[in-house]
Ligand binder design. Structure first.
Ligand SMILES: NC(=O)C1=CN([C@@H]2O[C@H](COP(=O)(O)OP(=O)(O)OC[C@H]3O[C@@H](n4cnc5c(N)ncnc54)[C@H](O)[C@@H]3O)[C@@H](O)[C@H]2O)[C@@H](O)CC1
Ligand SMILES: Nc1ncnc2c1ncn2[C@@H]1O[C@H](COP(=O)(O)OP(=O)(O)OP(=O)(O)O)[C@@H](O)[C@H]1O
Ligand SMILES: [Mg+2]
Length: 366
């Protein structure tokens, strides 16, 4: 806005004319714009308006900084301490990942290993038969169940559900009808047991086909990327999306889905439960390799368990799901930043996962 006013001044007028076309403004020339920028800066520096703006901006910055500090503290509050000798295996998280098919084996691996690296004790991957040996070969850390395309898939997963603290549904699931139908049954069972669920990737495809499946389930978090968000919007809202108001859109989508938590990933991650919107703009990088969303959904699976277990005193009355989502977004972006510093253009999601430990300590360990 400031630059635009300045450029209009350079055209000879002292008044701001909102009707001046941008092209006309640009035609004034770069040199004039530079002179104008300098003179406007000097003029503003001396005006009382400058003082008011300065104060408003610093107040805004102070509030934003304070909010940010608070959010970091809330995430720290939910992280389980590693000081007790009375811990048993599984206590800090038994997380299920539902995904993995013939085409996609990397995504469920990324989600599962990220959950472990963040601090879960056990990760179970429920995938299609063909994907299982491949996923197992990536890592001995994951427990892999080749059940998702079997005729009794829902029963097979139900056997494990009572032992799981959270489910991440969708990474590398694909869009095969048989698999999607089984996942529908698994989601119904998960809701009936009140288990928190993170829905990502092709799990969101399923939700876009059948929003009622998740509508109003308060332990659900959806993590759409840009395209997945638009798809969900079209499925549940009749009005066109305002792409200039992404915060408002995230809030509205959450409301339309019965106030479930929505994380719209992008240049900034926008997180809403239909009542408030949190923004995560932790520095990342411009490297947009595939799999970063899987790192996010796997991390979120653990953090949502921690946040719900910690209870509202630890999150200071804020929604535990919002706190968990903000924590997982911040962590993912920090992993991206750290990996990019080391590997630049060749950064891949595997490099980001290597950074989870140091990124987590840097952000959330006091
Ligand atoms: N190594 C693997 O196995 C991976 C598998 N993946 C899986 O691949 C399947 C399809 O996932 P997709 O994310 O491709 O979903 P879609 O098939 O819905 O495609 C989304 C498309 O949108 C594009 N896109 C994303 N963000 C955008 C933005 N801000 N602006 C414009 N375009 C944008 C992407 O390039 C992609 O082509 C899922 O099952 C997913 O989990 C991915 O997670 C990536 C890694
Ligand atoms: N333009 C951007 N600038 C900075 N960070 C971004 C940008 N777009 C996405 N991210 C970050 O990358 C992470 C994954 O988001 P992305 O949109 O790539 O998910 P995705 O498409 O589902 O990924 P995946 O390839 O795993 O399916 C999020 O933490 C998000 O904050
Ligand atoms: Mg994705």
């Amino acid at each position: 806005m400031g630059v635009r006013c300045v450029a209009i001044r350079a055209c000879g007028g002292g008044k701001i004319d909102p009707g001046v076309p941008r092209m006309a403004v640009h035609a004034c020339g770069a040199a004039a714009a530079v002179v104008a920028l300098l003179s406007a800066a000097i003029a503003l520096q001396w005006s009382p308006l400058h003082a008011v703006l300065q104060r408003a901006l610093s107040l805004h910055t102070a509030h934003a900084t304070k909010d940010m500090e608070n959010l970091f503290q809330l995430v720290r509050n939910i992280v389980p301490a590693l000081t007790s000798s009375k811990k048993h295996k599984g206590q800090d998280g038994r997380i299920g990942i539902v995904g993995g098919c013939q085409e996609y084996t990397g995504a469920p691996y990324f989600a599962g290993i990220s959950a472990l690296k963040v601090g879960a004790d056990l990760t179970h991957v429920f995938c299609a038969r063909e994907a299982a040996p491949v996923i197992k070969s990536y890592s001995p850390e994951l427990i892999v169940h080749p059940v998702l395309d079997s005729s009794n898939a829902v029963e097979e997963v139900e056997k494990w559900l009572p032992r799981l603290h959270a489910l991440v549904v969708g990474p590398g699931l694909g869009r095969d009808d048989l698999l999607l139908n089984n996942v529908r049954g698994i989601l119904e069972s998960t809701k009936a047991r009140d288990i928190p669920v993170v829905i990502d990737a092709d799990g969101l495809w399923l939700v876009a086909q059948q929003p009622a499946l998740i509508h109003g389930y308060h332990k659900a978090i959806l993590t759409p990327n840009h395209v997945e968000f638009s798809r969900l919007w079209e499925a549940v809202l009749s009005s066109p999306m305002d792409s200039n108001d992404l915060r408002g859109s995230t809030l509205k989508l959450s409301q339309a889905l019965g106030n479930i938590t929505v994380v719209q990933k992008g240049e900034q991650d926008l997180i809403s439960n239909g009542q408030q919107v949190l923004v995560c703009n932790q520095e990342g990088s411009s490297r947009r390799c595939g799999g970063q969303g899987d790192l996010l959904s796997g991390s979120l699976g653990v953090m949502v368990h921690w946040a719900l277990r910690a209870g509202p005193e630890k999150t200071n009355g804020s929604s535990p799901l919002l706190v968990a989502a903000w924590g997982a977004c911040t962590l993912t972006r920090e992993c991206n930043r750290q990996a990019f510093q080391k590997y630049g253009r060749s950064t891949t999601t595997t490099d980001m996962i290597t950074e989870v430990g140091t990124a987590f300590s840097r952000l959330f360990t006091t």
